[in-house]
Structure formats: C-alpha cells, structure tokens
Design a protein around this ligand. Structure first.
Ligand code: RB5
Length: 149
C-alpha cells in the first residue's frame, strides 16, 4: 500500500483533512505530520517533519499545504533528496512526476478549491517517473545539491 505523509499550517488545515479523506478513499495510507488544528503556527515545522519522513523511508512521498504552497515547498526543498513542486493545476503536477520525479506535492488552500486540489493530487499520484533523459537531469540536480552542501 502507498504511504504518504501530510503536513500543513493553520491555513491549510481544513484542506489537509479533506485531501487525507480523499486519499483514504483511494486506498492510500496517510501519515499525518500536523498541524492538527486551525491555531496559528509556522509551516516550516510541518514541511520538515514530512521531508524527514521521506528521507527516513517512513513514507514514499509527501503532500504539503499552506496558504499558497510557497513557504512550505521552499522549506521542503532545503532537504537533500527532496524535490518539491508547488502546483495550482494538474498538468504541472503530472509532468513533475514524469520528468522531475517529485517526491513532494505542495499547493495553497487560498489558491485552489477542494475539487481542483483533488484533481491535482490524483494527477500527481497517477503519474510515474519516466527515467531516461529525465534521469540524467534529476541526477544533475542531486550533483548540484552535493556540491553546494
Ligand atoms: C500564513 O499566513 C501564510 O504565510 C502561509 O500559509 C503560506 O502561504 C506561506 O507561504
């Protein structure tokens, strides 16, 4: 069974609950890394928890939600091996899997509604990395990461 970790801040909390229910219904196991209420908090904590769960092998990938998806994806991308994409439509979500082998999907609860968010998540989950010439490019990203850290 696929295991996906979720993280959000207070602005993304309601949408996180709805998307976790959507994925449960799809037979995906979800691991909730918070936040767990609408009380004001800071997105870097939850981006870090999800990134760490991927790096540790606890989950295969993660979904992050804040107001725009921007802050939470920037944070996740600070972790070596994390390739996070922020999307507000399904096409980029699909291509980010096929070409960039993204392991984190982020979006904003102030940007997309529930039905569009479900379409983005489904497009991302249903797409697979194509390898080949894209593998070389993803490896080049990893090489830059090693060189700069
Ligand atoms: C919180 O006000 C907001 O800044 C946050 O949810 C997110 O949009 C940051 O990128």
């Amino acid at each position: 069974m696929r295991r996906i970790a979720f993280g959000c801040d207070h602005v993304g909390f309601i949408l996180k609950e709805e998307i976790m229910a959507h994925l449960n219904a799809r037979g995906v196991e979800v691991v909730d890394k918070g936040t767990w209420s609408q009380e004001r908090t800071d997105y870097p904590h939850y981006a870090s928890a999800v990134a760490q769960a991927i790096i540790n092998g606890e989950v295969e990938s993660g979904i992050l939600i804040c107001g725009t998806g921007v802050g939470i994806s920037i944070t996740a991308n600070k972790f070596p091996g994390i390739r996070a994409v922020v999307c507000s439509e399904p096409y980029s979500a699909q291509l980010s899997r096929q070409h960039n082998n993204t392991n984190v999907l982020a979006f904003g609860s102030r940007v997309v509604g529930l039905e569009l968010a479900k379409m983005i998540v489904d497009a991302w989950l249903d797409a697979a990395f194509e390898g080949g010439r894209h593998q070389t490019r993803v490896e080049a990203i990893a090489a830059i990461e090693r060189e700069k850290n």
